[in-house]
Design a protein around this ligand. Structure first.
Ligand code: HAM
Length: 413
């Protein structure tokens, strides 16, 4: 039979056990944090009707979508993000649940992007959606949770808060095509191109105003001096003062426009050091999507953390599990019974040889383990086992209860 070496698709990755242990440890920490704020996990399908993402996600996402037809000719897409799916779930399943709803998710997403460090075609997002409140308290809560996660992961990061209403107000008299092109150029920070484009449209004066707004960066007092709509100014001020109470550090940045079209109010992004160009580790804000999917207009706020980017720079190490080898002195079946009993009692990695090695070879094979429990006919008949500490070489003779007691203590330490 001929054999063909098959590579994994571009932009995807394999994860070996060391990496998976680290990923699971980080995931556990994230879950713990969001659950401590009362968020509960939801899960949506990996693929959805294409329309879910074409209705309101914006041009950036559309260019990158993994769309396909199934055998019944339906247009489907692998999810590029989870806000639209979670809002679809909300509209379909949660009509009678009391508001607000606090949901979180950890799931893979797919975007057909040019792969590079920190940019993959399959990547994972950890995110929350707080559904049904239009108040600054909910925006500040969501911002604070994102901040706490990045802080607990030991990241060196910066959080910036903006409001899409500021630029939208300036652009309100332009048509959709022009305003979304302008927003995209601002999002990419391409100010020279923006100036050229706006001069072509005879919008030089407006360009100057935008330039001023985009420049605004700093603490909450920077907006006091600006000529903004009253409600927008009040909102930013209130969210900032709540963030101060949460002891969240941030700066105001009115150039944040986000790549997705559904945002309506406060928006925020976090950037981490040590990642190069793909340093945005978190993005989120307030949006309205439920009415687009046939539900009532429902104000919501959320964020998603780019899990793979965070993994590159976070300092969390997985807890090391206690490793025990159950070594057989000739009778494999007797030893495996003891190993099974031990697994019921002690939370550790309990491994047996499956290569038919001799007692001596087993001990040498498991030399990096913490303990070896030696099981032979004599040990089972007498009920006294030899437990060898492989780090110190000390061997003790103990009955099964004492073995369990000793190993349990080791697990706790
Ligand atoms: P987003 O900014 O498009 O927002 O994605 C969130 C995060 O996912 C980014 O900040 C980035 O860290 C990570 N990310 C995006 N694309 C890739 C990629 N190709 N490879 C690796 N990581 C990537 C959203 O998706 C919104 N749904 C966030 C949200 C939730 N807004 C409200 N609720």
């Amino acid at each position: 039979m001929s054999s063909v070496k098959i590579e994994r698709p571009r932009g995807t990755r394999d994860f070996l056990p060391d990496e998976m242990e680290k990923r699971r440890a980080v995931e556990r920490l994230m879950r713990e944090i969001v659950e401590s704020y009362g968020y509960r996990e939801v899960c949506t399908p990996t693929f959805e009707h294409l329309e879910l993402f074409t209705l309101k996600s914006g041009e950036g996402i559309l260019e990158e979508i993994y769309a396909f037809k199934d055998k019944g000719g339906r247009d489907l897409a692998l999810r590029p993000e989870l806000t639209a799916p979670v809002m679809r779930l909300f509209v379909n399943e949660c009509k009678v649940m009391p508001r607000p709803l606090r949901f979180y998710y950890f799931a893979n997403c797919f975007r057909y992007e040019r792969p590079q460090r920190g940019r993959y075609r399959e990547f994972w997002q950890f995110g929350v959606e707080l559904i049904g409140s239009d108040r600054p308290e909910s925006e500040a809560e969501v911002i604070a949770i994102a901040y706490r996660i990045l802080e607990r992961l030991g990241l060196d990061f910066e959080l910036r808060i903006g409001h899409v209403g500021v630029l939208r107000e300036l652009l309100k008299d332009l048509n959709e095509e022009k305003s979304s092109k302008i927003m995209r150029l601002i999002d990419k920070g391409e100010m020279d191109e923006l100036e050229e484009y706006m001069n072509e449209l005879n919008l030089g004066e407006l360009y100057e105003k935008i330039k001023e707004i985009v420049k605004v960066k700093g603490k909450s007092d920077v907006i006091e001096r600006l000529d903004l709509k009253k409600d927008v100014k009040e909102r930013i001020t209130k969210v900032c003062s709540l963030c101060d109470a949460y002891e969240v550090e941030y700066s105001i940045d009115l150039s944040i426009v986000r790549g997705l079209d559904y945002y309506t109010g406060i928006v925020f992004e976090a950037y981490a050091e040590g990642l190069g160009a793909q340093k945005q580790v978190c993005g989120g804000g307030s949006y309205r999507l439920a009415h687009v999917f046939g539900g009532e207009d429902t104000p919501s706020t959320g964020f998603a953390i780019g899990f793979d980017r965070v993994m590159e720079v976070c300092k969390i190490e997985p807890e090391r599990k206690l490793k025990i080898a159950v070594v057989n002195a000739g009778d494999y079946e007797l030893a495996l019974r003891v190993a099974e009993n031990l697994r019921r009692e002690v939370k550790a990695e309990i491994v047996m040889d499956v290569m038919g090695r001799s007692l001596k070879k087993q001990l040498s094979h498991f030399k990096d383990y913490d303990f070896a429990l030696i099981v032979g006919k004599r040990e089972v008949e007498s009920g006294i086992y030899s437990l060898k500490d492989l780090k110190t070489g000390v061997q003790e003779k103990l009955n099964f209860e004492k073995v369990v007691e000793k190993l349990k203590k080791e697990v706790k330490e």
